[in-house]
Write a protein that binds this ligand. Structure first.
Ligand SMILES: Nc1ncnc2c1ncn2[C@@H]1O[C@H](COP(=O)(O)OP(=O)(O)OP(=O)(O)O)[C@@H](O)[C@H]1O
Ligand SMILES: [Mg+2]
Length: 161
C-alpha cells in the first residue's frame, strides 16, 4: 500500500492509529509527521510508544529537540528517537547536534516539524499528514520507499467513523 487516508474522530482515534502503527514498525524506519501546532503529532507518537511497550511518561521534545526511547521489537531492543524540530534555529543546529547519526538501520526516527531541517534531514520512508477537520482530524499516510510501503502493508487499522 502506498497511500492511506482516513478520519480520526477523536483523540482515541489518534491513539488507535498510533497503536496500529506501533505493530507495523521495523528498525530503520523514518517517519515524518506533518501538521499544524496541536494537530496531534505528539499524541500519535505517545500512543505509538505506549503500544510498543514503553511504560514511562512520553513528553513532547519541544525544548530538547529529541527524546530517545527503547522498545522491544521482534524480540530485540530498538531505539525510537522522537524529534520535534520546531524550535531549531537553523539546519546547521541539526548537524552540530550530531542528529544525523541517530538515523541508522537500527533506530526508528519519528520527526515532528521536519520542514525545519530541510536539506539536512534524511528522507522519510513514510510521510504522515494530520489536519484539523471538524472536531476531529484527517490523516493521510504516504509510503515513500519500499520499506515504508511494507510498513503500510502491515498496518491494520479500522477506525470508528
Ligand atoms: N483525532 C482527534 N480529534 C480531536 N482532538 C484530537 C485528536 N487527536 C488529538 N487531539 C487533541 O489535539 C491535541 C494535539 O496535541 P499535540 O501536542 O499532540 O499536537 P502536536 O501536533 O504535537 O503539536 P506541536 O506542533 O505543538 O508539537 C491534543 O489536545 C489532543 O487531545
Ligand atoms: Mg508535538
Amino acid at each position: 500500500m502506498q497511500h492511506y487516508r482516513t478520519h480520526l474522530h477523536d483523540e482515541a482515534g489518534t491513539a488507535a492509529l498510533g497503536a496500529a502503527l506501533a505493530h507495523a514498525l521495523a528498525p530503520g524506519l523514518i517517519i515524518y509527521l506533518h501538521g499544524d501546532l496541536g494537530a496531534g503529532k505528539t499524541a500519535l507518537t505517545r500512543a505509538l510508544l505506549h503500544a510498543a511497550g514503553y511504560v514511562g511518561h512520553v513528553k513532547s521534545p519541544t525544548y530538547t529537540l529529541v527524546e530517545p526511547y527503547t522498545v522491544t521489537l521482534a524480540g530485540g531492543p530498538t531505539g525510537v528517537m522522537h524529534f520535534d524540530l520546531y524550535r531549531m534555529a537553523s539546519p546547521d543546529e541539526f548537524l552540530d547536534a550530531g542528529f544525523r547519526e541517530d538515523f541508522n538501520n537500527s533506530n526508528i526516527c519519528i520527526v515532528e516539524w521536519p520542514e525545519r531541517a530541510a536539506g539536512v534531514l534524511p528522507p522519510p520512508d513514510i510521510a504522515l499528514f494530520l489536519s484539523v477537520a471538524g472536531a476531529g482530524r484527517d490523516v493521510e499516510l504516504q509510503a515513500l520507499s519500499a520499506k515504508g510501503s511494507q510498513c503500510l502493508d502491515r498496518l491494520r487499522f479500522a477506525p470508528n467513523l
